[in-house]
Design a binder for this molecule. Structure first.
Ligand code: DGL
Length: 266
């Protein structure tokens, strides 16, 4: 098979990257995806950058063994910790990373205050500092690492009064401080976007960067003449640890039945 017909690899610490996979499948229906959720090492957010870099490199090696022609790092925390390293180590492979949408957020706000929801690892990173420096000089960023939110989403808690109260605790102080724009800087968070939108109301905007990442992937594949010619194999899904709710949450989000291949030990 030529490189064009090879799959696109996508990874995250767990189910979060599926929100990017969803946008990619819609934007590029001829592409086959191989998805990897590193459930053995979840959550990435509180861990040292070196550990996340090692996981990311091991997963990339696995995805390349599966024949992937490009890799989407569908995790803000892993992008912050590992993207530069991955590009240096595999210079011929196109990598697409994800980072909090600070620039679109700064453009969208009318109050000059943007709520940023991301993980501790993302906030601590050099990459985030550079985003702030480049795009947030004239706006105020109100940050919250949403401790425990990733685990709740992995447990399948996507709505209900307990989740609503949890999110209100994060969002209401931002609203009170004047934020009118909210950036979802972790790929898990779009799973609770409807609830976030309910809390922040119709006059606020909530930015999920997944569709922009799918368009970016399309541009990169086009430039390198790597777009799939049409026929594709079935999407494949792997996890490194417990399956947990992966299959049911993935099937619910993607709209087709997802079955995880045998677990992979990295
Ligand atoms: N989904 C990931 C992100 O975009 C990381 C979540 C985690 O494992 O802490 O940052």
């Amino acid at each position: 098979m030529t490189a064009k017909g090879q799959p696109v690899g996508i990874f995250d610490s767990g189910i979060g990257g599926l929100t990017a996979a969803y946008a990619i499948i819609r934007q590029l229906p001829h592409e086959q995806i191989v998805y990897f959720g590193d459930t053995a090492h979840l959550p990435y957010g509180p861990q040292p950058a070196e550990a996340v870099r090692t996981y990311s490199a091991d997963i990339t090696a696995f995805l390349l063994e599966q024949g992937c022609k490009a890799i989407v790092v569908a995790c803000n925390t892993a992008t912050a910790a590992a993207l530069n390293y991955l590009r240096e180590r595999w210079p011929d492979i196109p990598f697409i990373g994800m980072e909090p949408a600070v620039k679109p957020g700064a453009n969208a706000t009318r109050t000059g205050k943007v709520g940023v929801l991301a993980t501790a690892g993302t906030f601590k990173s050099q990459r985030y500092a550079s985003l702030m420096h480049r795009y947030a000089k004239d706006v105020e960023l109100l940050e919250n690492p949403c401790t425990g939110l990733v685990e709740r989403i992995e447990n399948g808690q996507l709505n209900g009064p307990e989740m609503e109260a949890f999110l209100r605790n994060i969002l209401e102080p931002m609203l009170a401080a004047g934020a009118d724009t909210f950036v979802l800087g972790c790929t898990h968070y779009p799973f609770v976007q409807p609830l976030i939108e309910k809390i922040v109301g119709l006059h606020s905007s909530v930015i999920n960067p997944a569709p922009a990442i799918a368009r970016q992937l399309q541009r990169v594949l086009e430039e390198r003449q790597l777009l799939s010619p049409g026929l594709r194999g079935a999407h494949r899904f792997y996890v490194s640890g417990e399956k947990g709710n992966f299959e049911s949450l993935a099937s619910g989000l993607l709209g087709f039945e997802v079955r995880v291949e045998a677990g992979v030990v990295l």
